[in-house]
Write a protein that binds this ligand. Structure first.
Ligand SMILES: [Ca+2]
Ligand SMILES: [Ca+2]
Ligand SMILES: [Ca+2]
Length: 364
């Protein structure tokens, strides 16, 4: 009697423990893809199966099980903010002429609410139901703002008799494979965002418009991405606008000091550049080789379209009166309107200007 009572008590304890564990996990699990025709998916001509899934450089080749949760055992990774190449292979187990295709439906639980929501569906074109393995390549592009981390993904090869079903929690003659995919932050994104002008003495930045003076000139290399950049190659030149001649020999170099996401560095190109003559402005051109970019998680440039800088620098005119034409004045004089245009185009002004044309200089 005592043994029976003890057994009953332990059973109750187990039941209570079971209830708790069920309660704890029921709201924190993705739905099971229930089968209406269990066991037929993998051996009937209308049964559809994934045979291989490749994301980036990682491939998972599989047989047919109906449903398998691979969890984190397959190290699939996607980068946010860019298209990631995915290739899947699937087949039917015979030539099934009554359906056009095996629909391919993939969900990633981007908002981590344990539901495969309709707006999380990726459905590339389907594959033939001809009894052979067919392949489909497409891209998955997680939004750039996605928090990096692990995300649940469901790959459903829809059994052809199910039609073009987009039901993640149901499977009819098809196969479902679940994965935990690591989504990484966007690749680094080097960009030469601006000319850098600094005082040779203390290295302090000189804002534009630039007063007449001698300055160190280079460019600001920014990493506009959210992951670190470890290396990139660039070419740069500083030339005179007047004749295109080089101020210093063009540079082709590798920058290998890491720049954190959102960070920047100044790369010097020429020291003590004489920026005093309004008619001698300079042109600074920089180009980053997108293929050379190396990053914290992977190589590549998140945005190869912001890799060039083509800018000019010249001395700004101080405010005041300027004479144009006629006999040269000791200061503030330009021989003709074209020179004024050059000065204003490349150097700008530091204050209100008045240009006075010497009478009869240009319109005799
Ligand atoms: Ca499979
Ligand atoms: Ca979701
Ligand atoms: Ca870039």
């Amino acid at each position: 009697m005592r043994n029976i009572l003890r057994l009953c008590l332990s059973t109750v304890a187990l039941l209570v423990a079971g209830l708790f564990s069920t309660t704890q996990t029921s709201n924190a699990q993705w739905c099971y893809p229930s089968y209406t025709e269990w066991g037929y998916a993998c051996n009937q001509p209308y049964g559809a199966s994934w045979t291989e899934i490749t994301i980036g450089s990682v491939t998972n080749a599989t047989g047919c099980s109906g449903y398998t949760d691979y969890g984190t055992s397959v190290p699939f990774r996607l980068f946010a903010g860019m298209p990631n190449t995915v290739t899947v292979k699937a087949k039917t187990f015979g030539d099934w002429p009554y359906s056009a295709e095996i629909p391919l439906n993939i969900w990633i639980d981007y908002n981590r609410n344990f539901n495969f929501d309709a707006n999380e569906l990726i459905n590339p074109p389907g594959l033939p139901c001809n009894g052979t393995i067919n392949s489909r390549t497409f891209t998955i592009s997680p939004v750039a703002s996605l928090t990096p981390g692990m995300y649940k993904a469901r790959f459903k090869a829809v059994g052809p008799p199910e039609g073009n079903s987009q039901a993640p929690c149901y499977s009819y003659y098809g196969e479902v494979e679940d994965y935990m995919i690591e989504i990484l932050p966007p690749l680094s994104d080097p960009s030469p965002i601006a000319v850098s002008i600094t005082n040779p003495g203390d290295g302090s930045a000189v804002p534009s418009p630039v007063p007449q003076g001698q300055y160190n000139v280079g460019f600001t290399l920014a990493n506009l991405g959210s992951s670190g950049m470890t290396e990139c190659q660039y070419t740069a030149s500083v030339t005179r606008v007047s004749d295109g001649s080089n101020v210093v020999p063009p540079v082709s170099a590798t920058y290998a000091t890491p720049i954190a996401g959102g960070g920047s560095a100044i790369i010097p190109l020429v020291s003590n550049l004489d920026i005093t003559n309004p008619l001698t402005p300079y042109r600074i051109q920089v180009s980053i080789n997108a293929a050379s970019v190396k990053g914290q998680f992977a190589n590549g440039d998140n945005n190869p379209n912001n890799n060039t800088l083509d800018a000019f620098v010249g001395p700004a005119l101080s405010g005041g009166e300027y004479w144009v034409g006629g006999t040269q004045t000791p200061t503030n004089w330009f021989s003709n309107p074209n020179s004024v245009a050059i000065a204003l185009t490349f150097g700008g002004i530091l204050g209100p200007e008045t240009f006075m044309f010497v009478p009869n200089s240009f319109y005799p």
